[in-house]
Every structure is written in structure tokens, then in C-alpha cells.
Ligand binder design. Structure first.
Ligand SMILES: [Mn+2]
Length: 348
């Protein structure tokens, strides 16, 4: 297990100097953020990130994310140009020492929550998803902008995108994903880079847009689209775990035993029946997931990929990017380290 931590680049209030002080920290997970989706990343920008990371004693081996252009997900004729750019990014990142690339295949919106600063009983604030709040949200009204969402769309562009997606059902999205993987995975293979798809968050259709990386049956199907170890997963326990139909421990066990998990996102969520969920502290009893069991099956299967604490709450008066403060994520890393060390010192 290689402990890592997401860093949003030089503008992130969480400094690399702080990240390196978290015990057992191996690498930084970052991306080039100032290039439009679909374009090739300048080699100098990649090199700069690498240099900054390594100057702070951390490894530069994981990218989250190289985003997939909507034309690829929509299957438009222009997709070939964007796929070629994607392959070029893989080549450039590989040259800079990157071993693992996280991406997702969610139409239009990335992760979705209905409130980013819900105060929990202990006074911390967390990201939450309440069904009754979601039902009142209309992304086409232009009133909503969440940090997981691409804010570069104008209202009319978004409307146009929704129109295009009205012709893309789940089966069409599967076809488009296959087309993408058949072209990208061979390049990743040549470059010794693991591709790690992030599941859809939450793992169900949202605002009428299809979502397919949602459950065990679909992940089995995904892995067979191109049956190559390079075609793997970012297993996000919080994304898949906010649906009660997913048995997270069993899924982590199965896919890590197959060697198809390249990157773990470990966090906990508290399920609220069919009403939604709240992101909670990593400690098992704070949420609905058994983090010790998740780590136990990873340990049993000799998991040697990257792992990061995922979203954290805002605690101790910290302000900053919702879900991505320093303190609670550092507590998550320390907790996971403690579980891993205990497993490694416990005789079977
Ligand atoms: Mn995640």
C-alpha cells in the first residue's frame, strides 16, 4: 500500500510542506488544472508538478484526473481527435514517471452533493446528499455550481449537452466507453501506465443522465470490455458505498484479488435509508462502512497499489476546498496507517 494525498497544485491552501509531514506519506496525487478538457498537457507543466512534488520528498506517480472530453462520452465524430490527445497525455505523463491515471466516465457532472457544509452533531461540516434537496435542484437553471462540476459551461452550452445526451442511453454509453478503452488501453500498456476508472458518484443516474460504473455487475462488465490488467479501477469506497446494494468489502476483496484495483479511495459514508447519505469521519463507527474489514481484505490480497484518504470533513476551524481540507484527511491517513501496521504485525 502506497499512501498518497490529493493536492490541487500551487493554489491549494494545503501545502506540500504540510502533506509531507503526515506519517508514511508516499506520493502526491495531482493534475494539470489550467488546460481545457480534451487538450494536450504541456510537458513543462507536467515537469513543474513533478519537480515541486519531488522537492518536498514525495513521489509523483499518480494523476487524478486526466478528464475525458464529453465528445468521447457522447460518441461524436470529433472524439477521435480527443482520444488521440488523451493518448498523447498518457505518453507524456509516463515519460515523467507517472504509473497510474485516474479518470471517470460520468456524463457532464462529476461527483454530486446537495450541500457542502452540513453541520454535523459534533460541529464539523461535511458534504451530504439529501434526496429532498436534490429534487429541488435544476442544473439547467444556472443557479447551481458545485466543486465537482465543470464550471466552464455557459447555461446554453449545458442545455445543448443535455440535448445531446438525450440520445445516449446506458447501452450507448457502454459502446462509447468500449471505443475509448480499445484505443487508450494499448497505449497505456506500452507506456507501463495503469488506467483506473473512478466509479460514478453517487452510483445511480442523476438529472436524467446515464451512469454505468455503479455496481458489481457493471464493474465486471467494464473489466471485460478490454480484459487487460491495465484496464483497472480506482475503487472509491465512499462512491460505491453510498448505495446499500453494493457490498464494499466483498467487492474490494474480489477486485484486489484479481489485481484490478490500482488506486484506492478510502472514506466512510453514513447511509440514511433511501433519503441519501452524509460523508463521515473515516473511523468505522462514524459511518456505514467497515474500514478495518476493507483494509483487511486489501492486506490479505497483498495490495501494493496507491491509496488515499478521500474526502474529509472540515474540522478545527479549517476553511478551504470542501472535502479537501488538510486535518480530517490527515486523520484518515493516520487511521488507515494504524490499521495497516496492525495487520502487518499480527500473525495470521
Ligand atoms: Mn473517490
Amino acid at each position: 500500500m502506497k499512501m498518497s494525498f490529493r493536492w490541487y497544485g500551487p493554489d491549494d491552501p494545503v501545502k506540500l510542506e504540510y502533506i509531507r509531514q503526515i506519517p508514511n506519506m508516499h506520493s502526491v496525487v495531482t493534475a494539470v488544472y489550467d488546460v481545457p478538457v480534451g487538450e494536450v498537457w504541456p510537458y513543462e507543466s507536467i515537469e513543474k508538478l513533478k519537480k515541486q512534488t519531488e522537492e518536498n520528498g514525495l513521489h509523483f506517480e499518480v494523476i487524478e484526473s486526466v478528464p475525458v472530453h464529453e465528445d468521447i462520452k457522447l460518441g461524436l465524430p470529433t472524439r477521435d481527435r480527443y482520444i488521440e490527445n488523451y493518448c498523447e497525455n498518457i505518453r507524456r505523463l509516463s515519460k515523467a514517471g507517472i504509473k497510474c491515471i485516474c479518470y471517470n466516465f460520468m456524463p457532464v457532472f462529476d461527483w454530486t452533493r446537495t450541500q457542502l457544509d452540513k453541520m454535523l452533531e459534533d460541529g464539523s461540516t461535511a458534504l451530504v446528499y439529501y434526496k429532498e434537496q436534490l429534487e429541488k435542484m435544476d442544473p439547467l437553471s444556472g443557479e447551481y455550481s458545485l466543486p465537482g462540476w465543470d464550471t466552464s459551461y455557459e447555461k446554453d452550452e449545458l442545455k445543448h449537452l443535455f440535448e445531446l445526451y438525450s440520445k445516449v442511453d446506458e447501452e450507448k454509453l457502454w459502446d462509447n466507453l468500449k471505443y475509448f478503452l480499445e484505443r487508450v488501453i494499448p497505449v497505456a500498456d506500452e507506456c507501463d501506465v495503469d488506467m483506473a476508472i473512478h466509479p460514478d458518484d453517487p452510483p445511480w443516474n442523476i438529472f436524467g443522465l446515464p451512469r454505468i460504473i455503479t455496481n458489481e455487475k457493471n464493474i465486471d462488465r467494464f473489466l471485460k470490455l478490454v480484459d487487460n490488467k491495465r484496464n483497472g479501477l480506482t475503487f472509491c469506497t465512499g462512491s460505491l458505498g453510498c448505495a446499500s446494494f453494493n457490498n464494499i468489502v466483498e467487492m474490494v476483496d474480489k477486485y484486489s484479488a484479481m489485481g484490478r484495483i490500482h488506486f484506492m479511495h478510502v472514506r466512510n459514508v453514513k447511509l440514511l435509508g433511501d433519503k441519501g447519505f452524509e460523508e463521515s469521519a473515516h473511523f468505522s463507527a462514524c459511518g456505514s462502512l467497515d474500514v478495518v474489514e476493507i483494509m483487511r481484505v486489501l492486506y490479505k490480497n497483498n495490495f501494493n497499489g496507491y491509496l488515499r484518504p478521500d474526502h474529509g470533513r472540515m474540522i478545527w476551524g479549517e476553511t478551504g476546498r470542501a472535502g479537501y481540507g488538510l486535518y480530517d484527511r490527515a486523520l484518515g491517513a493516520a487511521y488507515i496507517n494504524g490499521i495497516w501496521e496492525t495487520l502487518s504485525k499480527t500473525k495470521a
